[in-house]
Design a protein around this ligand. Structure first.
Ligand code: ABC
Ligand code: CA
Length: 480
């Protein structure tokens, strides 16, 4: 898939080890043990109905290559980021045929497969870090098994020094991540051939590129071209100015800058929308293609939103954002089930203990509706996905109103216990006398003669308005 093939999609991020067992047994998974819990590619294939039922048409899975088998100072490589041999698959997750079967099962449903990949580093547990490469054992690493294939050992210590960020090693002295010498042309061409082969062998439609900021920017265009599919880089940074240049060398990045302001805006009643408005405005001006950045509220590296607040109205407001803003929404497994895990590894809960239940789960219903309304909006307006959202000025600083025709989203951080009576007001956002539906409550509101809308806050809940005429074709959301 190309960037435009991905633009209208919605991604469900899962950790292969933590999504589904092959046999649906009740095996528990204790996140604090940092061990493999048994999830597999076959397990995913067996539960695509669940993901599709939530309204997602793409999945992002963990890295697929063979990792270190030993238990390290930080446990086992169940997350897949500690590659040892990139020419073999991680047998814990299944066989080559299993991965191909997952890919073709997805394609039969018109769903896409995004695979997480790591170029930046390898891990050998026989590595004992010292001040030079000479005493490290690289012999188990494939296809790069000599010291000169890696940068000389030094840990990343200075995030203000880009050479240090690119050419020193992530991890720490207990588990150093051997930093691939991506300045060496023969290593570059080996990696380009590797990704081309991986994408073709398994019918991969897109890549999530780990640690993208830890490799020089001019490595990426040829790599992305060799892959031939949509690329979304992980550039973990709060600063839009730092992240934006990576959207010139890859199709897209994970939208970390807006993740931080989103989280702080909705974490409490004192959250400040002006930071979110500034980061969104800056990213609209500086990302090469804002409509394809990956927009998310949770992932496997950060504490879950519900470890910060469990106020259902704040949670629903924050969850709404990725679905109504400019990029591709990404939902991390378990958010829909109300998981509350804090910092890693607690945020990597297995999903199977929920038995994939969808009924009587308020956030399952919420996300299903959000996916449906986004599709309805895109169907009603062919430029919906590429039209930058606009903020609609409000008097009350705890209200945030956004217009992205044909949608109007009314968000607030007042919280569910607020007794304050507030009203959103927007002029000229709809057609004269048009009837709009809030898809989250199915309440209707009629625009005035000049397309103005006035809506009261109810229980601190978000509202997502769409013309009733645009919903009619959809049929499943708020059927009249
Ligand atoms: C293990 C243990 C941890 C232990 C660590 C040393 O080792 O589990 O408890 O602390 C994988 C595993 C992890 C594992 C690591 C290392 O490998 O999943 O469990 O941690 O062995 C990606 C992936 C991530 C993955 C890796 C490695 C990379 O998403 O799951 O981790 O393949 C950096 C990288 C980023 C990386 C992240 C974990 O570390 O850049 O690619 N994620 C600052 C820096 C960031 C840095 C971040 C965290 O700190 O700028 O570059 O990310 O160290 C904002 C600022 C940012 C700031 C953030 C925190 O705040 O603007 O600059 O980020 O406001
Ligand atoms: Ca590097």
């Amino acid at each position: 898939g190309s960037a435009s093939d991905w633009r209208g999609r919605a991604i469900y991020q899962l950790l292969t080890d933590r999504f589904s067992l092959s046999n649906d047994s009740a095996t528990p998974c204790n996140t604090t043990q940092v061990q493999y819990c048994g999830g597999t590619w076959n397990g995913i294939t067996n539960h695509l109905d669940y993901i599709q039922g939530l309204g997602f048409d793409s999945i992002w899975i963990s890295p697929v290559v063979a990792n270190v088998e030993q238990t390290t100072a930080y446990g086992q490589a169940y997350h897949g980021y500690w590659a040892q041999d990139i020419t073999s698959l991680n047998a814990h997750f299944g066989t080559a045929d299993d991965l191909k079967a997952l890919s073709s099962a997805l394609h039969k449903r018109n769903m896409y497969l995004m695979v997480d990949i790591v170029v930046n580093h390898f891990v050998s547990t026989s590595s004992v870090a010292t001040s030079d490469n000479a005493t490290l054992d690289f012999s188990k690493l494939v296809p790069f098994s000599k010291a000169t294939d890696f940068h000389p050992y030094c840990l990343v210590t200075d995030y203000n020094n880009q050479t240090n960020v690119e050419q020193c090693w992530l991890g720490d002295e207990h588990l150093p991540l051997a930093d691939l010498n991506t300045e060496d042309p023969s290593i570059v061409s080996t990696m380009n051939n590797w990704i081309e082969g991986l994408v073709k062998s398994y019918g991969i439609d897109g890549l999530r590129i780990d640690t993208a900021k830890h490799i020089r920017k001019d490595f990426w265009p040829a790599f992305a071209k060799a892959a031939g599919v949509f690329t979304m880089g992980e550039v973990l940074i709060g600063d839009v100015g730092y992240a934006a240049p990576y959207t010139e060398v890859l199709d897209s990045v994970l939208d970390y800058p807006n993740y931080y302001t989103l989280t702080s805006s909705f974490s409490s009643q004192t959250g400040n929308f002006s930071a979110l408005i500034s980061s969104v405005t800056a990213s609209q001006q500086s990302y090469s293609t804002p409509s394809v950045v990956g927009s998310f509220l949770e992932n496997h590296d950060n504490p879950r939103f519900q470890s910060i607040t469990q106020d259902i109205s704040l949670v629903k407001n924050a969850m709404t954002w990725p679905f109504i803003q400019d990029g591709i929404p990404i939902l991390y497994q378990g958010q829909e089930q109300g998981f509350t895990g804090g910092a890693e590894p607690s945020n990597r809960e297995a999903l199977w203990p929920t038995a994939f239940q969808m009924s009587n789960k308020p956030l399952v219903a919420h996300v299903t509706t959000l996916n449906a309304v986004r599709k309805a909006a895109a169907a009603a307006n062919s430029s919906f996905l590429t039209t930058p959202l606009k903020f609609i000025t409000q008097q009350d600083p705890s209200l945030l109103a956004v217009s992205k025709p044909p949608l109007i989203a009314l968000l607030t951080n007042l919280g569910s216990n607020s007794t304050k009576s507030s009203t959103w007001v927007a002029s000229g956002v709809a057609s004269a006398n048009e009837v709009l539906v809030d898809v989250l409550s199915c309440a209707t509101v009629k625009a005035d003669g000049s397309g103005g809308v006035s809506v009261a806050v109810v229980g601190g809940l978000p509202q997502v308005l769409i013309p009733a005429s645009a919903l009619a074709k959809n049929g499943t959301v708020c059927p009249s």
